[in-house]
Each structure stands twice: as structure tokens, then as C-alpha cells.
Design a protein around this ligand. Structure first.
Ligand code: PGA
Length: 252
């Protein structure tokens, strides 16, 4: 089964507009491939400028955003809906990032509503799962991630589920410089695929794109990408550096 390979760069709350545009211009000049799919994920305020620029130069690089609200519209000051994202022709939305879960109290139940809202607008959710260090130390990571999948995604129909990209991001590896070993990543990705096969089918499991995230860099990407169940990466820090991000993409 051939699955899309994806390298997505989550800029988080980093870079001013000029810096972000400079980064994306460098990427667009250097990256003209359609495979792996390259996705840049700027802050909301800059996403449309980035999207317009990439379209104007006919770049294959795609754009995502880092969150969306679960309602379509209304009196929710400061929020952005999936339909607004859609109206900007931005295709990807990250949901369930551990920073949103931790600092903004996003629960699996809320995330389930956001996933539904995103899919309802034809967006592709990049849905993040992953365990904290204390859970890993007690070898509870499989149960922890299985629970996140069940609560956050497994109510979807097989047709809906097929649109979702999963990102496994062990919290202890995010922004710490400590990446999961390629074997740890592979074990969890295989486990996630197995749970999908049990809940949906082997065919759905084989078609699901599962990215790894957590301190991915140009220097460690290749060892992760050779693992059979790792379909790409969700990159934080290293995606702010054009050369490093390009090196990650070329490692697939
Ligand atoms: P990092 O972040 O690459 O800086 O560890 C990954 C993420 O949060 O998606």
C-alpha cells in the first residue's frame, strides 16, 4: 500500500511576518517536488499571506493552521472556524497538539468536535497523540495512545477517518532535543495501525498516514523514515530553519 509521505512544519507561535515570508520564499525556491508533500503551518495571522504567496509562485508546498474552533460561526471572540480556514483554501489543520491539550485544556471530547468541524469543511486534520514521560516510564504508552485514538477519532465513519493524518508525538520528545528512537517510533506507529485495523479494517489501517513528531532534525530524520510505519514527520523547531527543513524532506 502506497501512502502519501508528508513533512509538515509547525511554526507554533514563532516568526514575525517578514521572517515567515523569508522562510517560505526560501522553501519555495528550493522545493519543487510533490513527494513528499511539504506543509508549512504558520500562525493564523500569517497563514493567508503564506498561502497567497505559495499560490502565486505555483509552489507545491501546502499550508496548514494550528487549531480551529468547533463551531461554524458566532460570538466566540478571538476564535477562527474551520469554514473560515476553508474559505482561505488552506487544506490542513493541526488538532490535539499536546501544547493545546496542556496549556489550553483541550480534552478528547472537545477535540472530537473540532475534528468533526474540520472534516465537515473538507479540511485534513493532522491529529496529534502521544504520552507524557511518566506514562512512558511505566510502559503505559500503548494504553494511553489507544485511549486518545478511541476518544478523539474512532467515532468517525471509515470514509471520514481515511481523511485524517495522525501524528504520534511523545510529549517527552517535543522541543527537548530527545527524539524517540526509530524503534520506539516504529513500535508505536505499528501499534496505532493495529488499533485502526481492529476498529476499522486492514485496508483503512494500511491507508492511514502516521507521522512522527518530537525533535526531528535533518540529522535524525533518515533513520526514522526508513521505518515501515513512519510516513513522514511533524516538525517543530527544525521547521524554522529552511535548510534543516529541506534536509528533513529530502531524507524521505
Ligand atoms: P519539535 O516539535 O520538533 O520542536 O520537538 C514537534 C511538535 O511539537 O510538533
Amino acid at each position: 500500500m502506497k501512502r502519501d509521505k508528508i513533512v509538515a512544519g509547525n511554526w507554533k507561535m514563532n516568526l514575525g511576518l517578514d521572517e515567515g515570508m523569508e522562510l517560505v520564499e526560501k522553501l519555495a525556491k528550493a522545493y519543487t517536488h510533490h513527494e513528499p508533500r511539504m506543509v508549512v503551518i504558520p500562525p493564523f495571522l500569517h497563514a493567508l499571506a503564506v498561502q497567497n504567496y505559495l499560490q502565486s509562485v505555483h509552489s507545491p508546498i501546502e499550508v496548514g493552521v494550528q487549531n480551529c474552533h468547533q463551531e461554524t460561526k458566532g460570538a466566540f471572540t478571538g476564535e477562527i472556524s474551520a469554514s473560515m480556514i476553508r474559505s482561505c483554501r488552506i487544506p490542513f489543520v493541526v488538532l490535539g497538539h499536546s501544547e493545546r491539550r496542556q496549556y489550553f485544556a483541550e480534552t478528547d471530547a472537545l477535540l472530537a468536535q473540532k475534528v468533526k468541524a474540520a472534516l465537515g469543511q473538507g479540511l485534513i486534520p493532522i491529529y496529534c497523540v502521544g504520552e507524557p514521560l511518566t506514562v512512558r516510564e511505566e510502559s503505559g504508552q500503548n494504553d494511553f495512545v489507544a485511549h486518545q485514538l478511541e476518544q478523539g477519532l474512532f467515532y468517525l465513519s471509515p470514509e471520514q477517518f481515511k481523511e485524517v493524518v495522525i501524528a504520534y508525538e511523545p510529549i517527552w520528545a517535543i522541543g527537548t532535543g530527545v527524539t524517540a528512537s526509530p524503534e520506539q517510533a516504529q513500535d508505536m506507529h505499528a501499534f496505532i495501525r493495529h488499533r485502526i485495523a481492529i476498529h476499522y479494517s486492514e485496508a483503512v489501517a494500511a491507508a492511514t498516514r502516521i507521522l512522527y513528531g518530537g525533535s526531528v532534525k535533518g540529522s535524525n530524520a533518515r533513520d526514522l523514515f526508513v521505518k515501515p510505519d513512519v510516513d513522514g514527520a511533524l516538525v517543530g523547531g527544525a521547521s524554522l530553519d529552511a535548510d534543516d527543513f529541506l534536509r528533513i524532506a529530502s531524507s524521505i
